[in-house]
Ligand binder design. Sequence first.
Ligand code: ADP
Length: 684
Amino acid sequence: MIGHELPTVMVVDDEPEVLTAVADALEDEFNVLTSTSPLVARAMLEEDDISPVVIISDQRMPELAGHEFLRWARELSDATRVLITGYTDIDALGAAVNAGQIFGYLPKPWTPEKLRRLIREAAEHCAVRRALAEERRLLSHLMNSVPDAISFKDRNLRYLRSNWAHAEALGVPDPADLIGRTDAEVGAEGAAGREAADRAALAAGITVSDTALDGAAGRRWHSVVRSTFTGGDGAVEGLVTIARDITPAKEAERALSEAHATLERRVAERTEDLAATARDLLAARKAADIANEAKSRYLATVAHELRTPLTGVIGFSELLLKGGVSPGEWHRLLTLQAEAGRTLLGLLDDILDLSKIEAGRLTLEILPLDFRALVDDCLALVRPSAAGKGLSLTSTVSGALPGRILGDPTRLRQVVLNLLTNAVKFTAAGGVSLAAEIDPAPEGPNGGPSRLRVVITDTGIGIPPERVSGLFEEFSQVDESTARRFGGTGLGLAICRRLVEHMEGRIGVDSTPGQGSRFWFDLPLAVPVAAPVVTVAPPPVIEAPAAAGARPKGRRILLVEDDRSTQILVSTILRGVGHQVEIAENGAAAVEAVDKGSYDLVLMDMHMPVMGGLEATARMRALTRTPDRPLPPLVVLTAGVSVEERERCRAVGLDIFLSKPVDLEKLLHAAANVGLPAENGPHD
Ligand code: ADP
C-alpha cells in the first residue's frame, strides 16, 4: 500500500535481494516501490499515478540497461534519476551523466547510509525542480492571463520574454517570435519611440508614461511602466515593461472634459440668455412705461380737449339761465353753445374713430367706386366755406384713372375731405387745388401695382419744418393758438395717417411757412374685375322742410325713447311744426301703443330698459293689422350704430336711420316725409 505522507522512490533491479536491501535502507523516509523488471517499471510509470521523486535503477539488467531505462523514465517522469552501478560499467555511467539523464550514481558495493544520503539529495533536487516548475507555470499563467502587455528585454533591448497581450499589441502572432529580437527588428509600429523610451528607463531606473499607438482598431492609449531589473551582482540586466490599455479611461476622460466644456458653454449661453431676457424685460418695461405715459398724456389731452367745448356748453347755459339777456345776445349765446356742442361731437367721433383703429377693429369695406365722383362730392362740401373766404377751389383728375377703382369709399372720402377742409381752413387768400394721378408700377419683378396719388395744395399759412414730423400724431396742432383761431381737434391728420396706412398707402406733406402746404397720399391702385359700378352715395342731403310743404303737416308720431332730454328735444321740435307726438318710455310700451293706437310714423330708440328697439320692432311686425290701420313706418333714432347693429336692424326691416345728437333738418324731413309715396327715406 502506498502512503501519501512520504515521497515515493522507485527502485528497479533484477536482483530481488538488492531491492530488499534498498527498501530496507529507505523505507523509514520514503515509500519504496520496487520492480525487478525495467519494462514493468516503465509500464507503471506510464499508467500509474505514482509520481516518484527519485527513480533508482541498476545498470546491469537482462531486459534493458539501466541508463536506457532511465532515459525512458526521463520522458515519463520528472523524478531525479540515480543509477546503481559497478565499476565495470563506468563508460555507460559517464555517458548517462553527460547526457543529463541521471542526477548521481551509487557504485557497488554501497552502504545503506551512503544510499540514504544520496537519495535524500536526489529527492530534494526533485522537490526544488518541481517548485521551480510550479513557479514558472504560475508566472507564465500570470503573464498570459493579465490584460496588460508585459515584456522583458535585456540591456541591448532584445526581448527576453513577453506575454500574449504584448505580442498581440505589437501585431506579432506568438510571443516566442519576439525572443532575441529588438523592436526595430520586429518591425512593429512605434519601434523607434519605444526604444528611446526604453533607453530613458534604463538610465532612470523606472519611468511611467502615457503613450498613444495608432493601429488598425484606431488609436489606443497605454499607461506604460518601465522598470530595470538587476542580476545577482546588482548590475542592471534589463528592463521589464508593463503597458496597460487605458483607452476607455482616456475616452471617458475626454468625454468628461467635453461634457464639462459643453456644460460651461451652456452655462455661459444660459447666462447670456438670462441677461438678454433681463435686458428684453427691461426694454419691454421701458416701452410699457413709455406707452403708459403716452396713454396718460393722451387721456389728459382728451380730457382737456373735451373740457374746452363743455365749458362753452355749460357756461352759455348758465348765462342764459341767469336771465336778463337781450334777445340779440340770447341768439348769439345759443349759437355759440350749439357750436361748442358740435365741436364736442366732432371730437368724440374722432376719438372713437382713433380708438377703433388702434384696437384693430377697423375693417375696410372694399367696393368698386368712382373716384371722380368721390372727389366732386368732397369739393361740393368744402365749396361753401372756400367761397366764403374768396378762395379758388379746383381739381384735376388724370384721364388715365379708370372709371372704377377698388377702395373703401367712406374711408377714402374721410381722408380727402379732411385734407381739403384743413387746406381751406388754413388758407386766407389764394386757393386750394386737388390733383389725382397715377404713379406707374415700379420696374422689376417685384415692382408691385401702380399707385393712385392724390395731392392737395393750398396757398395758406404753411407749417414750420420742425412741426412737420409730429403732424400726423394725435393732438398735434402746430400751436395752441391755431386751435383757438381755426378750431379743430388735432386728431384729423392722425386718423388720416392710420386710415391710409390701413389701406397700404403712405401720407406726407411738404410745406413752406407763409407760402402754403402740399399734402399728399398714395395707395395701391386696384381695379374691379367685372362688377357693377357702385356710385358713391353722397352724404344724405335732406331736403329742407320747405320742400315738403305740399305734404300734410300734422302727422301722428310715436316717439319711443327713454332719455328724458331727447324726449323733450324731439317732441318740442316736432310739435313746433305741427306734428302730434306721443311718447313711449320703452319698447314694450311702444308695442302696446302701436297695437292700440294709429300712427303715421314711429321714431324708435335702440337701447332702452325693459325692451329694446329691435325686439319692439319684431313684436310690432307680429301684430295683426288691418288694411285701414297698417303698421306705421319705423325710423331708428340712435346714438351710434355699428355695422353689425345696422345689419340686425335691417334684418327686422329697419333701414331708415337718424343719428343722435339729432340733426334738426334731418329730423324734420323724416317726420314730414317717411312713409309717404315719393319718399325713399333719409338714410343717415
Ligand atoms: P385739426 O382738427 O386741428 O385740424 P389735424 O390733425 O387735421 O387737426 O391737423 C393738425 C394740425 O396741423 C392743425 O391744427 C394745423 O396746425 C396743422 N395743419 C393741418 N393742415 C394744414 C394746412 N393745410 N396748412 C397749415 N397747417 C395745417
